[in-house]
Design a protein around this ligand. Structure first.
Ligand code: FES
Length: 160
């Protein structure tokens, strides 16, 4: 092999390695991480740890677990209006969006404000006595004007 062929093969091998490293880095950055963040299944708490009168916040799933009758529902913390994080307000017993004032009952159903629908929901399953939230399976909340499915009036002052 002469010097020209050696350098030609060296350059080609270098480009192949750089391309492979770039592809690997892109894949590593973009792939969904199982068990964390949106898009994956998040193991949370035992069903018995979800009370019947207030939600439990699950940071890893960006959602609240709330019990409606005997069913556990996972509500996405993202406001359907413009996407602000909606916190639970203990004093009023509602979710209240700090951005434009939408209010949602404990089931995530919209009561007032500019939100066009209730909080979106993630699919929930119970596996081996652990509530698993599938953040890749989203169901839109009920549209504004849908009658509330739970009878829980506002309990007190709001949090804004
Ligand atoms: S973002 Fe929640 S009411 Fe506007």
């Amino acid at each position: 092999m002469n010097r020209r062929d050696f350098l030609d093969r060296g350059w080609k091998a270098g480009f192949v390695m750089i391309g492979a490293a770039g592809m690997w880095t892109s894949w590593d950055m973009l792939r969904p991480l199982p068990g964390s963040g949106l898009g994956g299944v998040v193991k949370t708490v035992a069903p018995s740890e979800v009370p019947s009168d207030s939600p439990v916040y699950i940071r890893a799933a960006k959602s609240y677990l709330t019990r409606i009758d005997d069913e556990i529902v996972a509500l996405w913390q993202r406001c359907p209006h413009l996407g602000c994080r909606v916190p639970w307000c203990e004093s009023s017993g509602e979710f209240q969006c700090p951005c434009h004032g939408s209010r949602f009952n404990r089931a995530g159903e919209v009561r007032s404000g500019p939100s066009p629908r209730g909080l979106d929901r993630f699919a929930v399953t119970v596996v081996d006595e652990v509530v698993e939230v599938d953040t890749g399976m989203i169901t839109e909340g009920f549209p504004l004007g849908t009658p509330e499915t739970i009878d829980e009036p506002v309990q007190g002052a709001g949090c804004r």
